[in-house]
Design a binder for this molecule. Structure first.
Ligand SMILES: N[C@@H](CCC(=O)N[C@@H](CS)C(=O)NCC(=O)O)C(=O)O
Length: 202
């Protein structure tokens, strides 16, 4: 059985959400962020040298990186759900968005979040780059969600789970104002019962 090492307020809720969607059994180990530094506790370092969440342990396999963990879980689903058939057009949409969440999108979103914690004055070299990336990424996302209901096309997939969590962080940074399609997409995701169950467990 898969053991999920979950950190409060973290991307590990992606993993809980996916497991709940698939109704796969799992063990849950909760780790609590340090109240002052907000970093992961030493208990997580004992599981994986990077001490980041999510981490899963399944027999001899210990795996971090939420995208890799999602793929691991899908590989172990005998019914092959929540991922389009390999080598189809939908599959490559799925693959692009699955990686986009932690690749292209996380950089401007998380950099904005961290820059707000700094004492800064005037315009800094990063500002123009981040503003350009935010405009590009969110316009691409908004257009995609205008043309189709889910990131991989007509069907909900694990790419939606990856993207939802990063979009929610973007929302806390005020990046979704006037992004009508993204906001209604998020409402649709948040109303899924597996999302709600994962939230209550995490
Ligand atoms: N790209 C990684 C990011 C992992 C990551 O940074 N996790 C954060 C929580 S969202 C963490 O564990 N932070 C605690 C720390 O750095 O001490 C993934 O998608 O899993």
């Amino acid at each position: 059985m898969i053991t999920v090492h979950h950190l409060n307020q973290s991307r590990s809720r992606r993993v809980l959400w996916l497991l709940e969607e698939l109704k796969m059994p799992y063990d849950l180990v909760k780790h609590q962020r340090d109240a002052t530094t907000h970093l992961a506790p030493d208990s997580l370092k004992k599981i994986h040298p990077l001490a980041k969440a999510p981490v899963i342990v399944d027999g001899a396999i210990t795996l971090c990186e939420s995208g890799a963990v999602m793929e691991y879980i899908l590989n172990n689903d005998p019914q092959n759900r929540l991922r389009p058939v390999a080598n189809t057009a939908q599959y490559y949409q799925y693959l692009e968005w699955l990686h986009f969440a932690e690749g292209s999108l996380s950089l401007p979103v998380l950099t904005t979040l961290f820059m707000k914690m700094e004492q800064r004055s005037g315009t800094q070299p990063m500002d123009g780059y981040i503003a350009k990336e935010i405009a590009l990424d969110f316009s691409y996302i908004e257009t995609t969600l205008t043309n189709q209901p889910f990131f991989a096309g007509d069907d909900f997939s694990a790419a939606d789970i990856m993207m939802t969590v990063m979009l929610e962080i973007a929302g806390t940074q005020g990046m979704l104002e006037a992004r009508t399609n993204i906001n209604s997409y998020l409402e649709k995701m948040q109303s899924r019962s597996a999302y709600q169950t994962a939230l209550s467990h995490g």
